[in-house]
Design a protein around this ligand. Structure first.
Ligand code: AGP
Length: 606
């Protein structure tokens, strides 16, 4: 994840750009840069490392332009050097970018063939040359960007300025957040409202697929189809301390929508995007010598671990034992010689998980943890930490942390498989490519949110709701049930679909919605027969699948279409519909979505 800012100012902007970048350093800080329009041409200053290095550069080589963009970087493509630092530019265009351009290699080859010279290893530079190429073909800046956006694939946010254009900035949002600030004769652009807090609290948030033409007099916003649209101008409550809800009613909604961005950020910590390889940090643990992995966690984090079990066993051929922390710590499970104990926790402070970590350490295990709070107790007591980079998760019901945990677990499974020789280069490329597509596929799911509002009304009337899944979709059934019950207070249970006939099917009648998490994989056929068993007893079936509903062979109360994805990545994709189902049901029922009754964000007591 990176931080983007832009200012159409009434005075030189370089200092304000750097101040705004300072408020975005939480998004990444391995290099930074600014670019401005100086007497009609583009100038830039960049520096490796902390923001103070850029400030020093600007002291010795000042910029005086009133139109400028800035960027603080978390390297995804290319090492964190000055050469790879943003803004990237040609003589005509300067660009700052957050996210992943999936098809940058193809674009780079095509544009190089047209005579463009690439100076960096970044995916961003492909955007620079693409827009430049369009302008060289005779298009003006706005049409050039519109044409270029149609050729980009991935989840990203962009800020763009142009030589000779002192009163123009173009912004685009596809999967990564962007906020536009309205000033007095000035306009601002930022990755979030926190960056813009000192300039204005009048904010317009771009929505998925939007792009915007900004001038000092105001902004025109266009949707993906190029139609001019109105986006609400809201009063932000962001300050450098207070996390902001954005234009969402609840933190949970904002955090569901942040998933493309934060999953990209988490993946970029483990994947060398430029070469499509897993680039795992040295854990100080010899992955080839691990005899067994023991996973333990609580609640949603436990369900993430359960998905991890399926992946590690399937791709690394390594046995995995898993249990909820509150059980594992008391059943005195014998732990193997040379075993790795892996703990998953958003807060890194959950008492049961921490106690089990200490039990595992006392029993000779190497300790690794997947946490969202790097400074947490669980992180500090681990031999190795695999951070999720979800940013602060305020909603008590975990959403973005869950999918970031899955992203880290998927990369761990691949790293284990590579170390143990069960994953060759071809399979690694296949799996990494699938992971890199996840932010875009999740963005596509988030664009179709209206259907969940209608389904919420149906679910809100239910006394009991069942969730079914097989294979790595089974933990998603458990997670979906937890999401629904913890924020709407409706009783819900998740089951392995094959278990239904061993008792739970007695619950089925026309008052029981059954939510089936069933991607079109090698288990679909088996799940279909479970669905038909439910239909035969009048159950109301809500199918979540990329499969054609005709394949199910019975009436459905609803079909939520998921994008087709690799078997590895289905759990990340299918997390979104179960989150949105729970969220909209709770909103319809009027419960306290962000702080449900009886719960706490971090259970630090046993
Ligand atoms: C999930 O929505 C709940 N808030 C809860 O189950 C949570 O996942 C569990 O308490 C574990 O918390 P942790 O990830 O901070 O350890």
């Amino acid at each position: 994840m990176c931080g983007i800012v832009g200012i159409l100012g009434s005075k030189p902007v370089a200092t304000d750009l750097v101040d705004a970048l300072r408020r975005l350093e939480y998004r990444g800080y391995d290099s930074a840069g600014v670019a401005t329009v100086e007497n009609g041409h583009l100038e830039r200053r960049r520096a490796e490392g902390k923001l103070r290095n850029l400030e020093s550069r600007l002291l010795t080589e000042p910029l005086t332009g009133r139109t400028g963009i800035g960027h603080t970087r978390w390297a995804t493509h290319g090492r964190p050097t000055e050469r790879n630092a943003h803004p990237h530019m040609s003589a005509k265009v300067s660009v700052v970018h957050n996210g992943i351009i999936e098809n940058f290699r193809e674009l780079k080859a095509e544009l190089t063939g047209k005579g463009h010279t690439f100076e960096t290893d970044t995916d961003t530079e492909a955007v620079v040359h693409l827009v430049t190429e369009e302008m060289q073909g005779g298009r003006g800046p706005i049409d050039a960007v519109k044409a270029a956006l149609g050729k980009l694939k991935g989840a990203f946010a962009l800020g763009i300025i142009f030589a000779g254009e002192d009163d123009l900035m173009i912004a685009a949002r596809q999967g990564s957040p962007l906020a536009i600030g309205h000033g007095r004769g000035e306009m601002y652009l930022g990755s979030d409202a926190i960056a813009l807090a000192p300039f204005t609290d009048a904010i317009t948030y771009l929505e998925e697929g939007d792009w915007a033409v900004m001038r000092r007099s105001g902004v025109e916003v266009f949707d993906r189809a190029g139609e001019c649209v109105k986006r609400p101008l809201i009063k932000s409550v962001a300050s450098s301390l207070l996390v902001d809800k954005g234009n969402h009613r609840h933190f949970m909604a904002k955090e569901i929508h942040e998933q493309p961005d934060v999953i990209s950020h988490t993946l970029s910590n483990y994947i060398d995007m430029a070469n499509g390889r897993v680039n795992f940090p040295d854990l100080g643990i010899d992955l080839t010598k691990i005899s067994r992995v023991t996973i333990s966690a609580c609640g949603t984090a436990y369900y993430a671990g359960l998905v991890g079990k399926y992946w590690i066993e399937r791709y690394a051929r390594l046995p995995v034992e898993i249990d909820v922390a509150s059980e594992l710590r008391y059943r005195e499970a014998p732990l193997p010689e040379g075993g790795l104990a892996l703990f998953v926790s958003q807060s890194g402070e959950t008492a049961d998980t921490l106690a089990t970590l200490r039990y595992a350490r006392a029993n000779g295990q190497r300790i690794a943890s997947i946490v969202n709070v790097r400074t947490s107790t669980i992180a500090r007591e681990s031999d190795a930490v695999l951070p999720t980079l979800a940013g602060p998760e305020i909603g008590v019901a975990s959403t973005k942390a869950f999918t970031c945990q899955l992203a880290a677990l998927a990369c761990l499974a691949i790293a284990l498989g590579k170390a143990r020789g069960t994953i060759d280069e071809a399979l690694e490329q296949e799996l990494v490519t699938a992971l890199v597509e996840v932010p875009r596929l999740i963005s596509s799911m988030l664009r179709d949110e209206e259907q969940f509002v209608e389904l919420a009304q149906m679910l809100s009337k239910a006394r009991d709701v069942l969730y079914l899944g097989r294979g790595s979709s089974y933990p998603l059934a458990l997670e979906g049930a937890l999401k629904l019950k913890e924020i709407s207070y409706i009783h819900a249970e998740g089951y392995a679909a094959g278990e239904l006939k061993h008792g739970p099917i007695a619950l089925i009648d026309e008052n029981v919605p059954v939510i089936v998490v069933a991607p079109e994989d090698d288990l679909l056929e088996k799940t279909v027969s479970n669905v038909q068993e439910v239909a035969a007893r009048g159950g109301q079936i809500i199918l979540i699948s990329n499969a054609n509903p005709d394949k199910i062979g019975c009436a459905l109360a609803a079909h939520i279409t998921a994008p087709k994805a690799h078997a590895l990545t289905n759990p990340l994709i299918y997390a979104v519909p179960v989150q949105l189902l729970a969220y909209h049901t709770a909103v319809f029922m009027g419960t306290d979505v962000d702080q449900p009754r009886n719960l706490a964000k971090s259970v630090t007591v046993e």
